[in-house]
Write a protein that binds this ligand. Structure first.
Ligand code: 0X9
Ligand code: ZN
Length: 364
């Protein structure tokens, strides 16, 4: 079972209750906090910080940041992040490896960055997708009668809103995220406005009016800039990928001596940790741009602005929010990866944050 024992997707209220419960169970280890900015619809956005004597100063310990649900419909991305938080707290004191990692770091988990979009997707969508199954048995999701496939946040733009001025996912015929909102994973300041991001409000990859125009990305900017974040993992669904910077290449990354076109300065170390994580969950480790070009994504900013390593996990083979048993398998690992999965991939990343000689090019 998952560390929490859950067998169904959390609602936003469940996430908030679970973060509060984690803190009241272990106030020495868990500090719940509100991010500095409320969402566009006025919701508070919470995270938890985990560490020994967490209410005191961090003593320069490496900060490990884990994020979920930039994209509203990608429900497993929040579940994996939240389960990791529960895992660390529940196993502290009994599991030597976890105790040691928590003693030597601060882990900050924000499971739901896009609270407005998630609330809409999670509660105002039919849980049953409309599917078309072809002769070979392959199912294509045609759409959903509600907002379950919303992607972006709840930004509205004058004159371009839905007729009733409400936050929507889009229509049944364009379930891919058309409709209101800014794509939070195109709104960060790294290469903002470049390839793979749209300036059209109705597009699924709308970049926003300016870099960090949205309170939800401002929150992550302030969180990451204000702390000593050495490693960040931002979770998404789907495609079974571990993606490392950069998001667009080679157009945006000038070649420099000894560094192949498109590779960031830390390519060797970024690749070593990415490959090591992928060996745990069975995903493919690659540059983000090998999937497609993006600009303004979370780690396009965090890596290039701070030098802290950043990765996107694209969790699961083929669905934005599959039936829940698949979430359990992705977190704990299944088949060849049983007992590993994202849990072990995250632990490897945390080990590397605590001691970079363990899982990187430095280990050779
Ligand atoms: O397009 C995205 O934002 C991500 N895919 S998703 O289906 N979850 O929307 C991929 C982003 C990959 N690129 C970078 N992380 N730079
Ligand atoms: Zn996503």
């Amino acid at each position: 079972p998952l560390p929490s024992g859950r067998d169904a997707y959390r609602t936003l209220a469940d996430y908030n209750a679970d973060m509060a419960a984690l803190e009241s169970d272990r106030p020495d280890l868990v500090k719940r906090f509100a991010l500095p900015h409320r969402s566009l619809d006025g919701r508070e956005i919470f995270g938890v910080e985990i560490g020994k004597d967490v209410h005191g100063p961090d003593r320069g310990l490496p900060v490990f940041v884990m994020l979920g649900v930039h994209h509203a419909r990608e429900w497993p991305s929040g579940e994996n992040a939240m389960e990791f938080a529960v895992d660390l707290v529940r196993n502290y004191g009994t599991d030597r490896r976890i105790t040691d990692l928590v003693d030597r770091s601060r882990v900050v988990v924000v499971p739901v960055v896009n609270v407005d979009g998630f609330e809409l997707s999670r509660t105002d969508g039919e849980l049953v997708d409309i599917r078309e199954v072809d002769g070979g048995g392959t199912a294509t999701i045609l759409g959903n009668p509600g907002n379950a496939y919303k992607r972006k946040n709840c930004r509205l733009v004058d004159g371009q809103d839905t007729p009733d001025g409400t936050c929507r996912a889009g229509s049944l015929t364009s379930p891919g995220g058309f409709g209101t909102g800014t794509d939070l994973n195109r709104n960060y300041g790294g290469y903002w406005g470049g390839p793979g991001a749209s300036d059209l409000f109705a597009d699924p990859t709308y970049r926003g009016a300016a870099p960090f125009s949205e309170p939800e990305t401002q929150n992550i900017r302030e969180l990451v800039s204000g702390r000593h974040v050495t490693t960040l993992i931002t979770n998404h669904t789907f495609s079974n990928l571990v993606l490392r910077p950069n998001g667009a290449a080679p157009d945006l990354v000038p070649p420099s001596e000894g560094i192949p076109l498109g590779d960031p300065f830390d390519e060797a170390a970024l690749k070593a940790l990415g490959d090591e994580m992928a060996a745990q969950n069975g995903y493919t480790s690659q540059h983000a741009w090998e999937l497609y070009d993006t600009t303004g994504s979370t780690e396009d900013w965090s890596y290039n602005a701070t030098g802290g390593f950043g990765y996107t996990f694209e969790i699961g083979p083929d669905e934005f929010h599959p039936p829940f048993p698949e979430v359990i398998d992705e977190y704990l690992g299944a088949g060849e990866f049983a007992g590993k999965g994202n849990r072990e991939a995250y632990l490897v990343a945390l080990e590397n944050a605590v001691d970079p000689t363990t899982h990187s090019v430095l280990s050779g």
